[in-house]
Design a protein around this ligand. Structure first.
Ligand code: HEM
Ligand code: NAG
Ligand code: NAG
Length: 340
């Protein structure tokens, strides 16, 4: 496997650290989770249909809902594995993940999961985990705003714990270096290819001014092709997101060309140098990102290759398990609270 670290100027340390983390990551998640496509066939055969129907209503009423659910699934899987830990509310005895810095004022879709869970509980009580609901809903979300489709292995259990600390440390942020983000993916057992493909989820949804301020007043003009369209776009971003602060929660589409369509236009944007997040543009523009740059070019030119890799990588991310939840986990009745 080639790492995107080249050139004689680089110290050798990060390279070996990456390899160690890569090995560690693999050993942490080496055993494949006992997930299957037909886990609910005997106990809740209608589960896929219920989720699909509800997601159809939600995405029809607002396409942004598709983005919220896809991101929620990602934040679930990167903390203790995909175990519904992100869905837990804070209580006196449990500190949840919702107030972690990458999530506060920004994660959403919890009510959508509640509505789906209620429907499923009335049809097959105590059978379907919140973690599975979120995983299936994320697949449906993508399909409802474009392509691709993939089969979702199920059989996850819900955690009885959450980790604010892991939410702080495991979830990458927009102004983090490419090397650091790669390290976080390798730690989860995900590759550089998974990173570039999964970042394609930013072809839908929005980011807040607080997440892109450093980018638009930083090197946006350096990476951008400065076409009239780019200049106009940059100016409108600056007017809703002042350099001096304020407007932190003002939002803008990450893919300003086709904001509500799941396609590969995100990668075209990176080729133009118009990525909204520093972390996204780095995939193409970083001096260290030779491998990531080549993948961005590939997915920009070959949408089918992107769709195939995205499907594969979503299943792989969904496979990140919490070994503890498999033994001690449960099927929550209410996704926000562990069972009494
Ligand atoms: C590679 C590292 C990643 C970084 C640094 C990152 C960072 C971010 C940031 C900063 C936002 C905007 C949040 C806000 O300002 O409210 C965002 C939104 C989003 N992210 Fe990521 N993300 C990453 C990977 C992923 C992955 C793997 C997925 C899913 C497969 C994903 C799905 C989304 C979606 C759909 C949105 C839009 C949510 C909305 O409309 O509210 N991201 N991400
Ligand atoms: C937030 O965006 C709105 C609409 O674009 C704009 O009128 C407002 O001034 C922005 N907030 C700040 C603090 O700039
Ligand atoms: C995900 O897990 C399923 C079930 O354990 C397995 O069949 C599949 O190969 C895994 N896929 C990936 C991409 O890891």
């Amino acid at each position: 496997m080639a790492f995107p670290l080249q050139g004689p100027k680089l110290p050798k340390l990060p390279f070996s650290v990456l390899i160690i983390i890569s090995i560690l990551g693999r050993s942490l998640h080496a055993s494949e989770p006992p997930l299957t496509l037909d886990h609910y066939a005997p106990t809740c055969p209608g589960v896929f249909e219920i989720i699909k129907k509800e997601m159809e209503c939600e995405v029809l009423s607002d396409p942004r809902n598709a983005a919220l659910i896809v991101r929620l699934h990602f934040h679930d899987c990167f903390v203790q594995g995909c175990d519904g830990s992100v869905l837990l509310d804070d209580t006196i005895t449990l500190q949840g993940e919702k107030k972690a810095s990458a999530s506060i004022n920004s994660l959403g879709g919890f009510k959508i999961i509640d509505r789906i869970k209620n429907k499923i509980e009335s049809e097959c009580p105590g059978i379907v985990s919140c973690a599975d609901i979120l995983t299936i809903a994320a697949r449906d979300a993508v399909l409802l705003v474009g392509e691709p489709y993939w089969d979702v292995p199920v059989g996850r259990k819900d955690s009885k714990t959450a980790s604010f600390e892991l939410a702080e440390s495991n979830i990458p942020t927009a102004d983090e270096s490419l090397l650091s983000i790669i390290t976080k993916f390798l730690y989860q057992g995900l590759s550089v290819t998974d990173l570039v493909a999964l970042s394609g989820a930013h072809t839908i949804g929005t980011a807040r001014c607080a997440s892109f301020r450093a980018r638009i007043y930083g090197d946006f003009e350096t990476t951008s092709d400065r076409s009239p369209v780019s200049e106009t776009h940059l100016n409108s971003l600056k007017s809703m997101c002042p350099a001096t602060g304020g407007g932190d929660n003002n939002i803008s589409a990450m893919d300003y060309v086709t904001p509500n369509l799941f396609d590969n236009s995100f990668y075209h944007l990176l080729l133009k140098g118009d990525g909204l997040l520093n972390s996204d543009q780095e995939l193409y523009s970083s001096m260290l990102g030779l491998e990531t740059k080549n993948l961005v070019i590939k997915y920009a030119h070959d949408p089918v290759a992107f769709f195939q890799q995205f499907s594969y990588s979503m299943v792989k991310m969904g496979n990140i398990t919490n070994p503890d939840s498999f033994v001690n986990g449960e099927i929550r009745t209410d996704c926000r609270f562990i069972n009494a």
